[in-house]
Ligand binder design. Structure first.
Ligand code: CU
Length: 501
């Protein structure tokens, strides 16, 4: 069995002498401290690794894919666009209903609802008829530091597993139970709620493919983490994050694999061909790239750079399209995902989801994703991307500032089983919320794809005998140098905003 090992080397290491390193990081600045090795590349029996002389740039597939197919099951939603939607000029922030008892069985975003093994009854338990209270952030909270999953200690992993087990041990109808927590995602993403709170009871609420994506998931994880901490009586407990943007984290974190014992964070509904040492594909679109370990890492880093920098220069490209009360998620006009949501976020969902399942359960579908503990760990890194994007300090890297975004709100049960309403404006500062991320190197910052300068037309610069491809007579005698101009394949240079048809 091939093994895949990653090594962190000091900046003074002899990386240039190591052919593997120089292959991976030929495009990376010498000053970069972080490096990896793909031992698996030496093993010819390893299916996912092929011999390769030069790293190839793997095309960013996800970005050219029809959004309907990104998460299996989306197609059903968009079959009949509802053209009765109200223009967003009304400008009222989206708000989840006060009356959670108005929640209905999930009906959207599923092609194979009859085979939905996790069930579509996603509404939360109603504990009282009281309206949700506006949530007040704790003052001077203890900072919970979310560790990178691949570096988590044995002690931490045991604690995390104990917390998930405690969640699974709760009665199913308890708002903190594993199932109820999973159902939150289903209710908010598969048509459980409507916009009655904002005056549009006939229009669904949806938090994907809009600027609500980042803040909704930040709040979702916030309470999930606090609930886990409370269950194990550890007020400092923090979720791990799946560090897929760093080569050391580009495989499914080992703690999630089956260990022969009862592992509460193992999920049987995962793609069995994507377990370690298979490298995660940031551009995964449903079929494996077949790239070598080295090439895949290189492609992943370039894509991360693209999704975080090149394709996300401003608020809309990063956060996604505006979505306010009256906007109908069934209307393609209001479905514009930001670069990370449409890119690595969706790729990881699809890469982990089980292709044997009718709806790619668990991770490959909105309605079931929350049943896999990996969902929250994946989303912790998605959330970390928000923080990194902001912290880069690049002009244009700002959260939305309009009232429609700041005052958009959702309803959750907090760790004390209180129904609370939370607002986007209160989730902008994570330190204020009481959590942070353990630092991890960000090698993609040095992985800017090399672009050809305009005017650097090879044909114009080449001298000597250059033939057009149609003028070349095969077979060519190899007693002279033959230069041939070939047509360059079309490569999208920038991330295209993906809109639903
Ligand atoms: Cu997600």
């Amino acid at each position: 069995m091939a093994s895949l090992s990653f090594t962190t080397l000091p900046s003074t290491s002899s990386s240039s002498k190591n052919p593997l390193f120089s292959k991976i990081f030929s495009h990376v600045k010498q000053s970069q401290r972080f490096q990896v090795s793909c031992n698996a590349a030496a093993n010819n029996n390893e299916k996912t690794v092929k011999n390769s002389e030069t790293p190839k740039l793997i095309l960013p597939k996800t970005e050219n894919v029809d959004r309907r197919n990104l998460l299996l099951g989306l197609g059903g939603l968009y079959g009949a666009a509802n053209m009765t939607s109200i223009p967003s000029a009304f400008g009222t922030p989206i708000a989840a209903p006060d009356n959670i008892s108005d929640c209905v069985t999930a009906s959207s975003n599923l092609q194979n609802s009859k085979d939905a093994v996790r069930g579509l009854a996603c509404c939360p338990p109603v504990l009282s008829s009281d309206k949700p209270k506006d949530y007040v952030l704790p003052i001077n909270p203890v900072i919970r530091v979310r560790p990178a999953a691949q570096r988590a200690s044995e002690e931490y992993i045991a604690k995390y597993k104990a917390a998930i087990q405690a969640m699974k041990d709760l009665p199913e109808d308890h708002p903190h139970s594993w199932k109820q927590q999973a159902k939150i995602h289903c209710a908010y993403c598969n048509g459980g709620y409507n916009q009655e709170q904002s005056g549009f009871p006939d229009i669904q609420l949806q938090i994907h493919n809009t600027w609500l994506f980042f803040p909704f998931h930040r709040w979702y994880l916030y309470f999930y983490e606090r609930i886990l901490g409370k269950l194990i009586k550890d007020p400092t407990f923090a979720l791990p994050y799946w560090n897929w943007d760093n080569p050391t984290g580009m495989v499914l974190p080992a703690m999630f694999e089956t260990d022969g014992k009862r592992n509460p964070i193992f999920d049987p509904y995962r793609n069995a061909t994507h377990l370690p040492p298979t490298i995660f594909e940031v551009g995964y679109n449903g079929s494996d790239s077949g790239a070598s370990c080295i090439d895949q890492i290189s492609a992943n880093l370039s894509l991360m750079y693209r999704q975080m920098i090149t394709s996300a220069p401003d608020t809309t490209t990063f956060f996604g399209g505006e979505f306010v009360a009256g906007d109908d998620p069934l209307n393609k006009e209001f479905n514009v995902a930001g670069s990370i949501e449409a890119g690595v976020h969706t790729a990881a969902h699809r890469w982990v989801g089980d292709p044997r399942m009718a709806n790619n359960e668990d991770m490959g579908n909105f309605y079931s994703a929350g049943y896999d503990p990996l969902f929250y760990v994946h989303h912790a890194n998605v959330d970390r991307m928000w923080k990194i994007w902001k912290d880069l300090g690049i002009k244009g890297h700002n959260e939305p500032t309009s009232d429609d975004w700041l005052n958009a709100s959702y309803v959750f049960y907090d760790e004390n089983e209180e129904l609370v309403r939370v607002y986007n404006k209160d989730c902008v500062n994570i330190k204020r919320m009481g959590f942070d991320y353990e630092r991890s190197e960000i090698p993609w910052l040095h992985s800017r794809p090399v672009a050809h300068a305009k005017g650097a037309n090879v044909a114009a610069k080449l001298t000597g005998i250059v033939k057009k491809v149609e003028d070349v007579k095969l077979p060519v005698k190899l007693n002279e140098i033959v230069k041939v101009l070939v047509k360059r394949p079309v490569i999208a240079d920038r991330f295209e905003m993906i809109t639903l048809p």
